[in-house]
Design a binder for this molecule. Structure first.
Ligand code: GDP
Length: 231
């Protein structure tokens, strides 16, 4: 028997799409975890595996139907946010750039966002779009998990080498990359546990240090006064 499931799916509900930067989106009542990656990286497959549904997030969407952000309520405990796959090779340059304002606008402004799962295909070097997305997430300061998809396509030794190369390419510790396969289920529980943990944390946006920590400063002043000038 395997270990206890870190994310038992009891209830799953589609909340709707967001299709424009300041367009409709569901009320940000639940903590949100967004899933990001280029088209065909295996995002729908990973999400389906994560929530243990077949065909929940649509696999191999045609590009025209993937330009919306889809929100799902998982167990009433967090919102799974499926970002549009970017960088689809077969669409024109302008169409390619359309993802930016929508995705970046959402990530920048959603008050409920707790973190992002960035997907990278274990067999490929990160694309320019992948690196730009990771830079953007870095600047935002958003907690980011990396899932290396389609790990089943490589033999063990090859997979280990590719995971190292990926971690190097994106400048993070290898231990932070979660190898994942939608075919074998490898990495599902590890990713689920990491997401559950992310959702438990307070938002990084609320973690800004107290401006000048006013109380401490006045306490220092007071003691300096007391000790200092014995006029
Ligand atoms: P998306 O465009 O990122 O949502 O990618 P999909 O989930 O639609 O997957 C793209 C293609 O990769 C499909 O043909 C999937 O069957 C295949 N695929 C996705 N995940 C895996 C995986 O873990 N292992 C293997 N072998 N194939 C996968």
């Amino acid at each position: 028997m395997s270990r206890a499931d870190p994310l038992v799916i009891r209830r799953l509900e589609y909340l709707g799409p967001m299709s424009a930067p300041r367009g409709w989106r569901p009320e940000p009542k639940l903590p949100e975890v967004a899933f990001s990656g280029r088209s065909n990286v295996g995002k729908s497959s990973l999400i389906n595996k994560l929530v243990r549904r077949k065909g929940w997030a649509r696999v191999s969407n045609t590009p025209g139907r993937t330009r919306e952000i889809h929100f799902f309520d998982v167990n009433g405990t967090f919102a799974l946010v499926d970002l549009p796959g970017y960088g689809y090779a077969r669409i024109s340059k302008e169409r390619k750039a359309e993802w930016r304002p929508l995705i970046e606008g959402f990530l920048r402004t959603s008050p409920a966002l707790r973190g992002v799962v960035q997907l990278l295909d274990v067999r490929r070097d990160p694309t320019e779009d992948d690196l730009q997305m990771l830079d953007f997430l870095g600047e935002l300061g958003a907690p980011t998990l990396i899932a290396a998809t389609k790990i089943d396509k490589l033999r063990k030794a090859e997979a280990a080498a590719r995971l190292r190369a990926l971690a190097d390419a994106v400048g993070i510790d290898e231990a932070q990359v979660i190898p994942f396969s939608a075919v074998t289920g490898e990495g599902r529980d590890e990713l689920a546990a990491a997401i559950v943990e992310l959702v438990r944390q307070p938002s990084w946006r609320e973690e800004e240090p107290d401006p000048a920590s006013a109380d401490d400063a006045s306490a220092d002043d007071a003691s300096a006064d007391g000790a200092g000038d014995g006029r």
